[in-house]
Design a protein around this ligand. Structure first.
Ligand code: IPE
Ligand code: IPE
Ligand code: MG
Ligand code: MG
Ligand code: MG
Length: 300
């Protein structure tokens, strides 16, 4: 048994690194319209939990790598995630008014502004990833692999594909297997990519990669199951986003299929699966363990 780490202290230091790097990546630059930059920064610096970049760092650390090693990729993933939230909230999608404790991007900058801020964040992410000089000590081959993993997870086979099936399933009575496949793609894919690239950039071996991927499959699904639960029982002020949105849109969710208790049990089961997968990694996986616990116990 390994001693539990102090997650709060861990997050404080990792978040400072991530936010500092994000700030630099979204600086004023020639040719970037002020209004666009303002819209991009409005959503990026609105207080997101940064769970994906933190997971990438924790995976890198679990295999003995320094957290700074993954910084450009961690920022890229947060930019992609933030773009996905801006678009997810649009009237054509979930039509939500609050996100990260503020009015949604389109409520402030209009729909065109929100669509374009999202487009620019996605593109900026790949600009960051392709800057080989920002990954000192990492081979160009590994960087290329990281780019491919993230592109695949964010695109048609991953997050965007999941969002398409999520939208197409509104008002339909889908079964648990279909719902799980939506969740795995719309949310699990980016989480898994964070972990996989963390291991890769940290120089982990195949055994570590297998352990972290098994952890990620369970933790990624658990994260969206918890998100579904919070849409029913969450406190809007604490969560910083609309609650009740899923039911209003006729979405099938874990609580709607399994009941609240059933959904909680499933999340717990997934958390235990995630924990068990980390066994081979020992004490270095302490942060990953605490994050898994947080994922299912969280109230925001
Ligand atoms: C919300 O993600 C959307 C999902 C994929 C569940 P987060 O809960 O990570 O949102 P932020 O980044 O903290 O705002
Ligand atoms: C969104 O899932 C997942 C992505 C943005 C890819 P949700 O629609 O459940 O996320 P929230 O609840 O609005 O944050
Ligand atoms: Mg959605
Ligand atoms: Mg939504
Ligand atoms: Mg949700």
């Amino acid at each position: 048994m390994t001693a539990a780490i102090d997650l709060k202290a861990y997050l404080a230091t990792r978040l400072a690194l991530i936010d500092g790097a994000l700030d630099k990546s979204l600086a004023v630059a020639a040719g970037v319209p002020c209004q666009l930059l303002e819209g991009m920064r409005y959503s990026v610096f609105a207080g997101g939990k940064r769970i994906r970049p933190v997971l990438m760092m924790a995976a890198c650390e679990a295999v003995g790598g320094a957290p700074e090693r993954v910084l450009p990729a961690a920022c890229a993933l947060e930019l992609i995630h933030t773009y996905s939230l801006i678009h997810d909230d649009l009237p054509a999608m979930d039509d939500d008014d609050f996100r990260r404790g503020r009015p949604t991007n389109h409520r402030v900058y209009g729909e065109a502004g929100a669509i374009l801020a999202g487009d620019a964040l996605l593109t900026e992410a790949f600009f960051l990833l392709s800057g080989a000089e920002t990954f000192p000590g990492t081979s160009a081959e590994t960087i290329l692999q990281v780019i491919q993993i993230i592109a695949q997870a964010a695109g048609a086979q991953g997050m965007v594909g999941g969002q398409v099936v999520d939208m197409a399933s509104e008002g339909q009575q889908i079964d648990l297997a279909t719902l799980e496949s939506i969740h795995n793609r719309k949310t699990g894919a980016l989480i898994l990519a964070a972990l996989q690239t963390g291991v890769l950039l940290g120089g982990g071996n195949q055994q570590a990669l297998t352990a972290v991927l098994d952890y990620g499959r369970a933790a990624g699904l658990a994260f969206q199951v918890a998100d579904d639960i919070l849409d029913v029982v969450g406190d809007q002020a604490l969560l910083g986003k609309d609650v009740g949105s899923d039911q209003a849109r006729g979405k099938v969710t874990y609580p709607s299929l399994l009941g609240l208790e059933g959904a909680r049990l499933r999340a717990q089961e997934l958390m235990e699966e995630a924990m068990a997968a980390l066994q081979p990694l020992g004490a270095a996986a302490g942060p990953l363990r605490e994050i898994a616990r947080y994922i299912v116990d969280r109230s925001y």
